[in-house]
Design a protein around this ligand. Sequence first.
Ligand code: CO
Length: 134
Amino acid sequence: MIGRLNHVAIAVPDLAAAAAQYRDTLGAEVHAPQEEPDHGVTVVFIDLPNTKIELLHPLGEGSPIAGFLAKNPSGGIHHICYEVEDIHAARDQLVAKGARVLGDGTPKIGAHGKPVLFLHPRDFCGTLVELEQA
Ligand code: CO
């Protein structure tokens, strides 16, 4: 059911330092920071030949990644995102197999303007999984 790895999201305490490291040390193509107030994050997108990296930094009060950074002060992998063809069909299939979808199970529009859902990390090897309709 899952398709390509769309992105790996890494929460970082210092967005400018992390972007500089990916650009200058790792030689990646790093985009300008983008504020996503609806998601409570500022994102830096990094294009790799086969996928993307998203550096996430909290934006505003109650950011969903604030707690993660409190537990992981030097940052860490926050989630991975797999593409699916039909997000509603994917959700129904996963729920039927006992997986837990976060929130009320209704897809939301994600950082790329496409419908996304998140799956409970306890059901997937301790990893928060995002599904994005490609
Ligand atoms: Co994501």
